[in-house]
Design a protein around this ligand. Structure first.
Ligand code: PLP
Length: 418
């Protein structure tokens, strides 16, 4: 106990280890020269300009090749990707959508924005949605399910898709945190009906803000294009030259700019290197961590397809987890907890259903009121309350990996001996 930095002992590291933002850590001459092209051409808009470089299109083409999918659409954010996907799938007022208990708030917020209501499914020991929950929760209103591969850990897409089929649900994969992860050799985001990606700073690749929607379904793709660009399908029809097709809809603006496309089209080329090195770092650290009966690690669904962007563990109690987080941080290895130790529905804006609408919409559309309550998803509440999260970086050296493992082992040994 005495040797812990928290008790005045010497920390494992003299200086704090900085986990860099993943994609941004790889920014370099490539992103710079692509951006320069757009600036020099004075053409920052994707569909026209003085000398449009078509870099959003280039990014989309590279995504199609990389992920082996027929259609890809660059959009302005991961949130935009989800809204566009929900609208492409025809989700709206009067519908319910099954979302995981543990995810970022945007997964549920976009459902509300689409006019539908999120229904929360409990997780299993992977922290991802438990596929058995789909049949328990689906009712006559349920239109879609949004599995979220959390922090690089792919979902059990085989079971999710077969459960969704039973209830005729559209499967929208929210891969915001996990671009490049795979399940059974297939990229996350390409197995369901529509895949949604984010390139916000905290995600895998980054353009600061940005997103992508992909699908093999031509009908969904046309609707996605139209919804993201004021109802237009410019590749086919030109500006406001829309035909009165079955797919014509009133849209919004969720377009990606050429400035974003420039950086995105170079970042996508760095995905393999990034994933390889995140895995190297994760595996190196895990091979040095000593097992302890008070510590359990998140179940990795597909070891080969896992990104390894962070370490997520659960201590045997909430108090112990809190002590461990503080003690590891004092060793100069940043350690925190994921989502404040809570499933999403316990956040007040969701729990109390505070939408921007005064009327109670969209929660007032059903015979039975939609209620969120404590204890609703017991596994998620339990695991989240005991979580320990250590973000990793592809730029960690072997020494950095040793430091993380040493800090973890030192703290766990001292605090969990009895
Ligand atoms: C970040 C995130 C989003 C939203 O992406 P933005 O690009 O920030 O809008 C959606 N879903 C999940 C699971 C996320 O982590």
């Amino acid at each position: 106990m005495k040797n812990l930095a928290i008790n005045g002992g010497t920390p494992v590291r003299n200086t704090s280890l900085q986990a860099e933002y993943l994609g941004a850590s790889l920014y370099g001459a490539e992103e710079m020269s692509a951006l320069e092209r757009v600036i020099k051409a004075k053409s920052p808009f994707r569909y026209y300009g003085l000398d449009c470089q078509k870099l959003v299109s280039k990014f989309e083409t590279k995504c199609k090749q990389k992920f082996g999918i027929q259609n890809a659409l660059g959009v302005s954010s991961g949130t935009a990707a989800l809204i566009v996907a929900l609208k492409a799938a025809g989700v709206g007022a009067g519908d319910k959508v099954i979302v995981p208990a543990v995810t970022f708030i945007a997964t549920a917020g976009t459902v509300v924005c689409a006019g539908a209501v999120p229904v929360f499914a409990d997780c299993d020991d992977s922290l991802n949605i438990n596929p058995d929950e789909i049949s328990r929760l689906a009712d006559k209103y349920t239109k879609a399910v949004i599995p979220v591969p959390l922090l690089g850990n792919s979902c059990r897409m085989d079971k999710i898709i077969s459960e969704a089929k039973k209830h005729k649900l559209v499967v929208i994969e929210d891969v915001a945190q996990s671009m490049g992860s795979k399940f059974n050799g297939k990229y996350s985001g390409t197995m369901g009906d529509i895949g949604c990606f984010s390139m916000q700073l905290n995600k895998v690749l980054t353009t600061g803000e940005g997103g992508m929607v992909c699908t093999n379904n031509e009908n969904y793709f046309e609707r996605a294009c139209r919804f993201h660009d004021q109802g237009m399908y410019r590749e086919k029809e030109g500006f406001l030259n829309t035909v009165n097709s079955e797919n014509l809809i009133i849209g919004q603006n969720y377009r990606m700019s050429e400035l974003t496309g420039a950086v995105a089209s170079e970042q996508i080329l760095k995905l393999d290197w990034l994933v390889e090195n995140c895995r190297r770092v994760f595996r190196s650290i895990m091979s040095k961590i000593q097992p302890n009966e008070h510590i359990q690690f998140r179940k990795i669904v597909d070891e080969e397809g896992f990104l390894g962007t962070s370490i997520l563990a659960f201590a045997s109690s909430t108090e112990l987890a809190a002590q461990i987080r503080v003690a590891i941080s004092k060793e100069n290895v940043p350690c925190g907890y994921l989502y404040n130790g809570k499933p999403l529905y316990l956040n007040p804006q969701i729990f109390y259903q505070r939408t921007a609408d005064v009327s109670g919409f969209p929660f007032n559309q059903f015979e039975e009121p939609v209620v969120y309550s404590e204890g609703m998803c017991p596994t998620a509440e339990d695991l989240m309350s005991r979580n320990i999260h250590i973000p990793l970086s592809p730029t960690f050296t072997e020494q950095d990996c040793d430091d993380v493992a040493n800090a973890f082992n030192k703290v766990v040994l001292a605090l969990c001996s009895k």
